[in-house]
Design a protein around this ligand. Sequence first.
Ligand code: 4FV
Length: 252
Amino acid sequence: MRIDVLTLFPGMFAGPLDESIIKRARETGRLEFQLHNLRDWTLDRHKTVDDRPFGGGPGMLLKPEPLFAAVESLRRETTRVILLSPGGRRFDQQVARELAQETDLLLVTGHYEGFDERVRAALADDELSVGDYVLTNGALPAMIVIDAVTRLLPGVLGDDESSRDESFSAGLLEYPQYTRPAEFRGMPVPEVLLSGNHAEIAKWRREQARLRTAAQRPDLLQREPAAGAAPKPDERNQAAGSQDPAPKPDNL
Ligand code: 4FV
């Protein structure tokens, strides 16, 4: 996948996309990432990208000319042009899965009070918000989208970094997980997880995922599980009809 980002703050992208999984995705060519400074598409010697809102009001707006010039020079046949702004539809795991099917994205990040409306109306294919809060600019939202989408690209996550069965994959929050030691500071691991009985483990996990979702995110229970979402743990085993060889904790 190719992701281009149009920003006034290219320096903000140094770091978060240069480590770990995203770094490896770039090194292996699974992710092609390119930053572009909006000021490179300004025509005046002050490299002006903003101006006052018609009708008055606080702050400044991003002018249409540099944005249209930049997007029209960067956009290819298959590019999906996405504005990042608090006014967009909510970015979530389902949208991340959707975007991971694309071949190339152009993320247009905001600043000041936002975009001239004609950018939204005539230039963007989509508009996404990472949450109901106001940030200083769209750089962090762009990095959030890049991270969430890149880890879903084929081959980006190694076996031990599976995206299978994780939060939101079945529309539920993730069930509690434990690793060794089986007892820590008087806190034992739930017996069922040490039982080796995979059906019981799957049942417990599903129940825990529901309980946690009901407690923390009841809104998720109203939603239809995302299409193509991973089947619930026990359904997958029944489908597979075999007991996955769950790793045996060393005290068994
Ligand atoms: C934002 C968000 C966000 C608003 C004013 C940049 C800022 C400035 N973008 N999800 N929440 N953007 O707060 O995507 O233009």
